[in-house]
Design a protein around this ligand. Structure first.
Ligand SMILES: NC(=O)c1ccc[n+]([C@@H]2O[C@H](COP(=O)([O-])OP(=O)(O)OC[C@H]3O[C@@H](n4cnc5c(N)ncnc54)[C@H](OP(=O)(O)O)[C@@H]3O)[C@@H](O)[C@H]2O)c1
Length: 304
C-alpha cells in the first residue's frame, strides 16, 4: 500500500485495551485504519495510530455514523462476569450493531465468541446466554461473518495462565480441581489475531471453534508450569464440588481470581479444542511463554 492510498477502515468494537483487542490493534494497524470504540481508551492504541472514540456500547442507539465507510467490523466486547442486568444492555447494543451493519452493507463482520459450555451454563448464566443471543443475531443476519470461538488465551498480563504461574511461584502449591484428567488447548492471543486476519479475508458465513497447537491434559500443563518455575509440582487436591465451593467463596469475597463458571467449564472437559488449521507460521506452543513468565517472576521475586 502506497503512502497516498488511504487505509480501509476497521471498526474495532470493544477497543484496543483488552487482552484480545490490544493484539488486534498490533496486527491490523499496519494496513487498516483502526477505529477503536470502548469506554477506557489507552495511550498505546492512540500511539499505534488508532482513531479512538470513548463510548459505552450499551448506549449506542444508532450505529450508522460509526459504520460509514467501514470495510470490516470486529467485535471483542464482553465482560468476564456479571448479572443479567449488566449483560443485557451490552448484548442489546451489539444486536443493534449487527442490524445496522447489515443495513450499511459492511463487507465483513468478525465476532469473538466462546466455545460450547455445559447446558446449565449455556442457559442459566447471563455471560453465556446473552453471548449466544449476539451469536444468533449474527447468524440470522445477511452479513458475511466469522464467529471465532477460542479456548483459553495466553499472553503477558492475561487473567488465567499468568495468574496460575504467579500463584505457583508465590505459594509453591496449586489447587488441583478433581483428577486433572480434563483437557485444555491454550492459544496465544497473538495467534488469535493472525486467525482473525485469516477469517477476515474469507467471504463465507461461518462459526469456528479455535484451539491452540496442543491439547493438554490439565495436570500435565500445571506440572509443566511448575517445571518452568524450577519447582516440584505440589497440589492441594480438591473434589469438583470442593473446587466450586472455593470459587464461590472467592467470588463472595470480591476476588477476580476465579469464577464458579470457569471451574465448571474446565471440569466439563469441553475446552480441549482441536488446533486451528492453516496458519503459516504455525500456532505457537505455550512452553516458551511459560519460560518467559517464569523468568519474569523469578527476576522480580524480591519485590513480590
Ligand atoms: N481471554 C480469554 O481467554 C478468552 C477466551 C475465549 C474467548 N474470549 C472472548 O474474547 C473477547 C475479548 O476477551 P478479552 O479477554 O480481550 O476481554 P477483556 O480484556 O475484558 O476486553 C474486553 C473489552 O471489551 C470492552 N468493553 C466491555 N464492555 C464494554 C462496553 N459496555 N462498551 C464498550 N466496550 C466495552 C472493554 O473495554 P473498556 O473497558 O475500555 O470499555 C475491554 O477492553 C470476549 O468476547 C471474550 O469472551 C476471551
Amino acid at each position: 500500500m502506497s503512502a497516498s492510498t488511504p487505509k480501509p477502515r476497521l471498526l474495532l468494537v470493544g477497543g484496543g485495551t483488552g487482552l484480545v483487542g490490544r493484539h488486534l490493534v498490533t496486527e491490523f494497524s499496519r494496513d487498516w485504519q483502526v477505529v477503536s470504540l470502548h469506554r477506557h481508551p489507552s495511550p498505546q492504541e492512540v500511539a499505534a495510530g488508532a482513531e479512538v472514540h470513548e463510548v459505552d456500547i450499551a448506549s449506542v442507539s444508532d450505529w450508522s455514523p460509526f459504520l460509514e465507510g467501514v470495510g470490516m467490523v470486529i467485535n471483542v466486547a464482553w465482560y468476564r462476569t456479571g448479572s443479567l442486568r449488566r449483560f443485557r444492555p451490552l448484548a442489546d447494543g451489539l444486536v443493534r450493531l449487527v442490524a445496522d451493519a447489515e443495513r450499511a452493507r459492511v463487507p465483513r463482520f468478525v465476532h469473538i465468541s466462546v466455545p460450547d459450555a455445559p447446558p446449565s451454563l449455556e442457559t442459566g448464566l447471563p455471560y453465556l446466554s446473552e453471548k449466544r443471543r449476539v451469536d444468533r443475531a449474527i447468524e440470522a443476519s445477511g452479513l458475511s461473518y466469522s464467529i471465532v470461538r477460542p479456548t483459553m488465551l495466553f499472553a503477558p498480563r492475561d487473567k488465567l495462565v499468568t495468574v496460575m504461574m504467579r500463584t505457583m511461584h508465590r505459594y509453591h502449591r496449586f489447587p488441583m480441581f478433581g483428577d486433572g484428567e480434563y483437557h485444555i488447548s491454550p492459544l496465544a492471543a497473538a495467534d488469535l489475531s493472525r486467525i482473525v486476519r485469516r477469517e477476515s479475508a474469507r467471504s463465507d458465513r461461518r462459526n469456528v471453534l479455535v484451539g491452540g497447537p496442543r491439547r493438554w491434559r490439565y495436570r500435565d500443563l500445571t506440572d509443566t508450569m511448575f517445571g518452568a518455575l524450577g519447582l516440584r509440582p505440589k497440589y492441594l487436591h480438591l473434589t469438583p464440588r470442593g473446587a466450586v465451593r472455593l470459587a464461590r467463596l472467592l467470588e463472595l469475597l470480591g476476588s477476580t481470581l476465579l469464577y464458579v463458571y470457569e471451574v465448571e467449564w474446565l471440569l466439563s472437559d469441553m475446552l480441549g479444542l482441536a488446533p486451528y488449521e492453516g496458519l503459516d507460521p504455525p500456532l505457537g506452543q505455550v512452553e516458551p511463554f511459560l519460560a518467559e513468565e517464569a523468568m519474569r517472576l523469578r527476576g522480580t521475586r524480591a519485590a513480590d
